[in-house]
Design a protein around this ligand. Structure first.
Ligand code: NAD
Ligand code: MG
Length: 382
């Protein structure tokens, strides 16, 4: 039986991962979250991990007092989360933390030589070549959890060599504002943005889907995971979220992975790879589905997709800067402090930061991250 560590176990992906783990009777090595000591206490009692951590120190001391009767070691702060990530009596570490907070734990797992199942796309986007090169030198595999990247990964298994890969077809649902003009987007609220048509996810990624910054992050994620240039990635809007992405080979053959929109399918594949097991997800009813629709993305209205493409093409730490600017702007929108259209405008301010350094350390990345956040806050008057 596999042993699994889950970082971000109280979130949307974390809870669905625990669902998969329960179904297969896997052993849980470590669990971490930010502040939710009640949920984490319940998980500790049920899954009996070796260690657990809360990033927030106060919540961690509350948790420690509550689970003093268990044998789970309770850690705190970023260092505690990283210690759980590198707990090496495990087969695979699933990073389901949201945002840049996932970068240090990603590096810890990789440095400890632990296979990484990656939901936390921000750590790969912000960490760029540092994450990739460290994984390579430690012979660590990064298995995608994001549904699109899992689909690409599964489709690529159809060819023994990636050399014949012509392009990647990255699908996007289009989010709740598909078809709207910039004028119509002026007055949209956080409640409107949180109404995703197909997926139930955490608040940050749901807003990223509404701006299409999420697809921009995924474009960069795909370039890193599959060693392709942005020009080789075609983004196409597919409203039904049934075809989760595809690859086209030089002979014109297109291989795709389809399934109902249920994250437990890609989560499970990352945890069980290279095996497949029965999943709690249901099957597609093709007759009921009747049709699948595809559209060109409207990049003039949803500029965030261009922003990410430009950032990756500029190279260096520009992806780190736009990721950080987005995290701040996304949060300010969720706090109703800025309008929906201001998100993209604020993210563009990150291009004013000098990010051209092509080789960088974790400290360089964190410096650019802080600078981009400060820039956004200053412009927004916060
Ligand atoms: P979520 O907000 O539901 O959960 C986030 C988890 O991270 C929680 O357990 C929280 O306690 C933890 N966390 C938050 N801040 C932290 C910090 N500073 N330090 C340590 N832990 C912290 O988010 P989610 O929707 O589960 O998304 C998690 C990641 O997976 C994101 O990177 C997202 O882009 C990616 N993802 C999510 C989905 C989805 O369906 N939800 C799909 C694809 C990719
Ligand atoms: Mg996705």
């Amino acid at each position: 039986m596999k042993k699994i560590s889950i970082l971000g176990s109280t979130g949307s992906i974390g809870l669905q991962a625990l669902d998969v783990v329960s179904k297969h009777g896997y052993t849980v090595t470590a669990l971490t979250a930010n502040t939710d000591y009640i949920k984490l206490e319940n998980q500790i009692r049920r899954y009996k991990p070796v260690c657990a951590a809360l990033a927030d120190e106060k919540s961690a001391s509350e948790l420690k007092a509550r689970v003093a009767d268990t044998s789970t070691k309770i850690l705190s702060g970023v260092d505690g989360v990283c210690e759980c990530a590198s707990e090496n009596n495990t087969d695979i570490c699933l990073n389901a933390i949201v945002g840049m907070a996932g970068l240090r734990p990603t590096m810890s797992a990789i440095n400890a030589g632990i296979t990484l199942a990656l939901a936390n796309k921000e750590s790969l986007v912000a960490g760029g070549n540092l994450v990739k090169d460290t994984a390579k030198s430690n012979h660590v595999s990064i298995l995608p959890v994001d549904s699109e990247h899992s689909a690409i990964f599964q489709s690529l298994l159809a060819s023994p060599s990636n050399r014949a890969l012509r392009k990647i077809i990255l699908t996007a649902s289009g989010g709740p504002f598909f078809g709207k003009s910039r004028d119509e987007l002026k007055g949209v609220t956080i409640e409107d943005a949180l109404k995703h048509p197909n997926w139930s996810m955490g608040a940050k990624i749901t807003v990223d889907s509404a701006t299409m910054f999420n697809k921009g992050l995924e474009l960069i994620e795909a370039c890193h995971l599959f060693d392709v240039a942005p020009a080789q990635v075609e983004v196409i809007v597919h409203r039904e979220s049934i075809l989760h992405s595809a690859v086209e080979f030089d002979d014109g053959a297109v291989i795709a992975q389809l399934g109902i929109p249920d994250m437990r399918i890609p989560i499970q594949f990352a945890l069980t790879y290279p095996e497949r097991f029965e999943s709690p997800a249901s099957s597609i009813d093709f007759a009921k589905l009747a049709k699948m629709t595809f559209y060109e993305p409207d990049c003039d209205t949803f500029d965030c997709l261009n922003i990410c493409r430009e950032a990756f093409e500029k190279g260096g730490l520009y992806p780190t800067a736009v990721n950080a600017a987005n995290e701040e702007a996304n949060l300010l929108f969720r706090q109703s402090k800025i309008s929906f259209l201001e998100i993209g405008e604020l993210i563009r301010s990150a291009f004013s930061i000098e990010c051209a350094k092509m080789t960088y350390t974790l400290e360089d990345i964190e410096y650019i991250d802080r600078t981009a956040r400060e820039t956004v806050r200053t412009i927004a008057g916060q």
